[in-house]
Design a protein around this ligand. Structure first.
Ligand code: CA2
Length: 146
């Protein structure tokens, strides 16, 4: 049985589809989970969301043993968390960072992601579709190494 792809989501993403649709679109996190599972086809997906930084670190550490790859939208922790960066640096497989909005078109505080220093690739500004593309890219990357 193939190892799963962990899809990890950071703070406030549980509120997607409820507020600020002009920035984040109308898809809910449940909709995004469904499209990730569809894009993954036979590959198992472990889809999670937390509002807590330490929980994300714990899940990345868990992924080091249990997951083939990580797709992560760290939300605000992208721009603040050296703890998350350190944990991702220890992950041996591919990491794809996803942002629903184009962080580079937003205020300057959103322009520098620490997580990007550990990411294999970054997708931003394509809405929920970014997760589908991230899953497709992840499957290609895993096909190269497995
Ligand atoms: O665009 C993204 O995916 C972000 O990672 C989302 C983060 C933001 O801090 C990043 O700059 C970009 C914020 C998520 C907030 O989610 C909300 C959902 C519904 C309503 C309001 C906020």
């Amino acid at each position: 049985m193939a190892k799963p792809v962990f899809v990890l989501n950071g703070p406030n993403l549980n509120r997607l589809g409820v507020r600020e649709p002009e920035i984040y679109g109308r898809d809910t996190l449940a909709d995004i989970e469904a499209l990730c599972r569809e894009a993954a086809s036979d590959r198992p997906v472990d889809f999670r969301q937390t509002n807590h930084q330490g929980q994300l670190v714990d899940w990345v550490q868990e992924a080091a043993d249990a997951a083939a790859g990580i797709v992560i939208n760290p939300a605000a922790y992208s721009f603040t968390s050296l703890a998350l960066l350190d944990s991702l640096k220890m992950f041996p497989g591919p990491i794809i960072e996803v942002h629903i909005s184009n962080i580079h078109r937003r205020e300057e505080i959103y322009h520098h992601s620490y997580v990007s220093l550990a990411a294999t690739g970054v997708i931003a500004g394509l809405g929920a579709e970014g997760y589908r593309l991230a899953m497709k890219a992840m499957l290609s990357l895993l096909a190269e190494v497995e």
